[in-house]
Write a protein that binds this ligand. Structure first.
Ligand code: TYC
Length: 114
């Protein structure tokens, strides 16, 4: 049995030996949430400094790491900003897209299930 399977074998299931009974077992909620990668896509127009700033502001990256990620995206076409639960990832994508639009840059940010 894997670590995150439920194991309620010792719980009282209401059995009375007659084959009928009230099921009173509880299921402890321990499922881990699915995780999503937030990705930045390269384009020919968004300034490098702007991308570095986005990584600092929305993904809390130190300047050096932000620069490394930006250059990776610039060279490879796509790169990862972070891994989050669905709602956090969705929020990060929306924040980046809104911020880029406000500054009239074509920067694209997306998410994919890990
Ligand atoms: N390719 C852009 C340039 O040369 C820089 C850039 C990097 C743009 C990363 C988007 O996600 C990006 N100005």
């Amino acid at each position: 049995m894997s670590r995150d399977d439920q194991d309620n074998r010792s719980d009282d299931d209401g059995s009375d030996g007659t084959g009928t009974g009230i099921v009173t077992r509880t299921r402890t909620k321990t499922k881990k949430p699915s995780l999503y990668k937030v990705l930045l896509l390269n384009d020919d127009y968004t300034p490098m400094d702007f991308v570095v700033y986005v990584l600092e502001r929305f993904f809390n990256k130190p300047r050096e790491e932000a620069t490394r990620i930006m250059l990776h995206v610039h060279q490879k076409g796509v790169g990862m900003c972070g891994i989050y639960t669905y709602e956090i990832a969705e929020t990060k994508v929306a924040q980046v897209m809104n911020f880029a639009r406000q500054h009239q840059h074509p920067l694209q940010c997306t998410m994919e299930k890990e």
